[in-house]
Design a protein around this ligand. Structure first.
Ligand SMILES: [Ca+2]
Ligand SMILES: [Ca+2]
Length: 441
């Protein structure tokens, strides 16, 4: 090791060559030789020579195995330990290309490695080489590949559904999902709380404005988180809300004028624009107070109507719009019209509704009406505020005369109807009139 041969090691040799072993690989050693005779006399040493000790590359290792780890984005790699005496470290190579054209080299002294922060859904290839103290590199090991572990997201939390802000809308909000490779939410909506056949939509934020819903209808929502690997969470706790329903605007443009025929009034108004508009309720009274006992109401589908068989006098009209959820607008402006007396009645009896009493009522009320002389087919039918037929009180031919029909506040099936406004439509031959009734429970 030292050309001055201070502290040199010596070997007795009986031939003209000798192999020195156990040297540090790659280290330069110096040698010289002297001859010794049988009496132990030693010659002067020869000139010295030198050479580095042989340093071969380590053997390759095997049994490299790459497997998904226990948390997102991790691959665990193991391999056989190197037996090289001058072992220094391993070069672990990682590449997304199985040909290792541009590998990332990881220096590791242990015979295992946890590779973290990898892209989920990507396949990574690994192989390892042994490096000795002299920098000699073994052949690479076998190769193995794996995709990083991809845990599914946790169930989303904090889901809240609220009506509005506009008609037919619900706003749904929730807390952000913390999944590292979170990709999107799948929001489910159903009118059935068991979510039997939900509507689904992908959402990439923490809120969703659901619009175009049926105003007044209850909708249920729940949320599933989806990660980049397609893993799905359990559903969130559900939330529900009623799609906002706003009452229609008051109808505008109401106009009333005497009609072409005797006792006729022509009425028209502007159409309402609500998507859930259902019908109009036209009210008539002989004073602009529109008192319950005297107001006559008629359900109208279009934007004009002709009232017939009115006696001479001044009539006041106003109109309401009703939506599919039975919400009623405030009243339109009131208009009035006066009809002059023209024709002369020669019937003893004239078709009419003379009285509904009591009105409002709690348990029973009666409708007093007149069938004209000669008799006529007569129908008395009751409708609710949405225009649905709930009860038929009369239906058949009647002789001329005065009659009363009682109503006990029940429908045709005998069920008690809820408190509210009902319409009584009396049809006597060609003549008809609708009156408002108020049931109080
Ligand atoms: Ca994941
Ligand atoms: Ca509405």
């Amino acid at each position: 090791m030292d050309a001055g041969f201070v502290g040199a090691q010596s070997f007795d040799v009986y031939a003209e060559s000798f192999e020195v072993t156990g040297l540090t690989p790659g280290e330069v050693n110096f040698f010289r030789v002297s001859a010794v005779d049988a009496n132990g006399n030693e010659s002067q040493p020869s000139d010295f020579c030198s050479s580095p000790a042989a340093d071969y590359a380590p053997d390759a290792v095997g049994n490299l195995v790459a497997e998904p780890g226990g948390t997102d984005g991790v691959i665990e790699i193991t391999w056989d330990a190197s037996g090289a005496a001058d072992f220094d470290h391993y070069n672990l190579e990682r590449d997304t290309d199985p040909g290792f054209t541009s590998p990332t080299v990881i220096t590791e002294t242990m015979d295992f490695y946890s590779d973290m922060g990898l892209a989920i859904g990507t396949t990574y290839h690994y192989r390892v080489s042994v490096v000795d103290a002299g920098g000699n590199v073994s052949d690479p090991s076998n190769t193995d590949s794996a995709m990083p572990y991809d845990a599914p997201p946790g169930a989303p939390i904090g889901l809240t559904a609220a009506s509005g802000p506009a008609e037919g809308e619900i706003t749904v909000t929730w807390s952000a999902n913390t999944e590292p490779d979170f990709d999107r939410y799948t929001l489910q909506r159903d009118t059935d709380p068991s979510f039997g056949s939900p509507f689904e939509t992908d959402v990439f934020a923490e809120s969703y404005l659901d619009s175009g819903l049926t105003p007044g209808q209850t909708y249920h929502y729940r949320l599933i988180a989806v990660d980049a690997g397609g893993g799905t969470s359990a559903p969130s706790d559900p939330g529900s809300a009623v799609a906002l329903n706003i009452a229609p605007a008051a109808p505008t443009g109401l106009a009333a004028a005497p009609g072409l025929g005797d006792g006729e009034v022509d009425l028209s108004w502007d159409a309402n624009g609500e998507a859930d508009f259902d019908h109009y309720v036209l009210e008539r009274d002989t004073s602009d107070a529109f008192e319950v006992a005297t107001t006559v109401a008629e359900i109208v589908a279009g934007t004009s109507v002709t009232q017939t068989e009115l006696a001479a006098g001044t009539y006041y009209y106003r109109i309401f719009a009703v939506d599919a959820g039975a919400l009623v607008s405030v009243a339109s402006d009131t208009v009035d019209v006066t009809i002059e007396q023209t024709g002369v009645e020669d019937d003893l009896f004239v078709a009419s509704v003379s009285l509904i009493r009591p009105n409002p009522f709690t348990s029973e009320t009666s409708v007093r009406y007149t069938v004209p002389t000669g008799g006529s087919v007569t129908g008395i039918r009751l409708y609710d505020i949405r225009g649905r037929l709930v009860r038929t009180l009369e239906g058949g031919s009647r002789p001329g005369g005065e009659f009363e029909a009682a109503w006990d506040g029940r429908d045709d099936s005998g069920r008690r109807l809820p408190a509210g406004v009902y319409f009584c439509r009396v049809e006597i031959g060609e003549w008809n009139e609708t009156r408002k009734m108020v049931l109080i429970r």
